[in-house]
Design a protein around this ligand. Structure first.
Ligand SMILES: Cc1ncc(COP(=O)(O)O)c(C=O)c1O
Length: 406
């Protein structure tokens, strides 16, 4: 077989659909968030741009306290952890971070993973294997990492329509009462910016004796009085069995975690291959993340400014009939509906306006719903917002893109 030709052909098909992924090479400029340098792929020349699609939602990746804690831990403990958690890789900074995360979510224990993806994959697959006869009820729009975890679990899976509590109730009612059940869902769906009806799902779970598994990846640091997430904001965090989160978005670093009952966390620690067989997070990352969590627990003003900026961007774009989708959260998805046009819009924003917004294509979103996903932060000032609005107006006009209602 001509392997080279085979892979070239696969990529050609992707290109023909307009959804071949190109990565923008950036240098982030610590202290000047959300500015960055962009390296032109043809010439290698760098120019200054404004990033409008980062998941470092609050700029914590460049917060002085986070940088200082990271550098200090690297100087004191070195660059790497030195092993898996079981073999010389459990560092004091991991323990401090797990203690902080358990406290943030008011749970008995927390457990770190190398990413949010891994925490979902490892935890869901392991929990379901440890519960004989388990059925998982999964929201139709759950993230790929949860879907992979459920697939590896090999148990029965029932998909409920996105955020549809009545459908979930129907599926639960059809299930034998004695079987172990997990309801897996997210608090903020990051491509649409909508919230799950968490209190209603918790009610149902309690009625049917189901365990709740809530992915708060796009909510930790951002919602609730201390940034513990939407379940905390909605007053139901104590009724969620497992909270899963990332350190890579609002906390600005990297890594993932779960927080839950000690017994459940200990079982995942003891049985999950994705936890057991992977080198633990570098101590500097763990120390930086702890500083970030502590800082954000005490920074409601950053969360308020974040929400205010997101609301401003939505209303300013809607005023010029750029079709902002009905997002309730801090994410501003703008519908384009075509993969090639979405890429073209993103290219024009970068070339003509020094604004970087990555196109979002299938399989991240369904075909025909390709979009730009804008993420305002507290550090996008009024001038940056007006610059974005003018640039989007220009690009929408040039490409004659679909308009929204005012
Ligand atoms: C809902 C959701 N869960 C989990 C993840 C994975 O988190 P991480 O980026 O830390 O691997 C993501 C990543 O974008 C996500 O959107």
């Amino acid at each position: 077989m001509d392997y080279d030709q085979h892979f070239q052909g696969t990529l050609a098909a992707l290109r023909a659909e307009g959804r071949y992924r190109t990565f923008a090479t950036l240098a982030r400029i610590a202290g000047e968030f959300p500015a960055a340098r962009y390296y032109d792929p043809a010439t290698g020349a760098a120019r200054r741009i404004t990033v409008w699609c980062s998941n470092d939602y609050l700029g914590m990746g460049q917060h002085p306290a986070v940088i200082e804690a990271t550098c200090r831990a690297v100087r004191e403990d070195g660059a790497g952890a030195g092993g898996t958690r079981n073999i010389a890789g459990t560092n004091r900074h991991h323990i401090a971070l797990e203690t902080e995360l358990a406290s943030l979510h008011r749970k008995q224990a927390a457990l770190l993973f190398s990413s949010g993806y891994m925490s979902n994959e490892a935890t869901l697959s392991t929990l379901a294997k440890l519960l004989p006869g388990c059925v998982i009820f999964s929201d139709a729009l759950n993230h790929a990492s949860m879907i992979e975890g459920m697939r590896h679990a090999g148990c029965e899976r029932r998909i409920f329509r996105h955020n549809d509590v009545a459908h979930l109730a129907e599926l639960l009612a059809m299930t034998e009462p004695g079987r172990p059940k997990i309801i897996a869902f997210e608090s903020v769906y990051s491509m649409d910016g909508d919230f799950a009806p968490i209190p209603a799902i918790v009610e149902l779970a309690e009625r049917h004796d189901a365990l709740t598994y809530l992915d708060e990846v796009h909510a930790v640091g951002l919602y609730g009085p201390e940034g513990a997430g939407v379940a905390a904001r909605d007053g139901v965090m104590d009724r969620i069995t497992v909270v899963e989160g990332t350190l890579a978005k609002a906390f600005g670093v990297t890594g993932g975690y779960i927080a839950s009952l000690s017994s459940l966390v200990d079982a995942v620690r003891s049985f999950a291959p994705g936890f057991i067989f992977s080198t633990s997070l570098p101590p500097g990352v763990a120390a930086g993340a702890t500083a970030s969590v502590r800082t954000l627990r005490a920074s409601p003003e950053l969360r308020e400014r974040h929400q205010e900026r997101a609301a401003l961007v939505k209303s300013r774009l809607r005023a010029i009939r750029v079709p902002v989708m009905p997002s309730e959260a801090h994410i501003v998805p703008v519908m384009v509906g075509d993969a090639a046009l979405c890429k073209r819009a993103s290219d024009l924003l970068l070339e003509r306006h020094a604004i970087y917004v990555q196109p979002i294509n299938y399989p991240t979103v369904p075909r025909g719903t390709e979009r730009l996903r804008i993420t305002p932060t507290p550090f996008h000032d009024d001038a940056a917002v007006e610059g974005l609005v003018a640039a989007m107006g220009d690009v929408w006009g040039r490409l004659n893109l679909p308009r929204g209602a005012v």
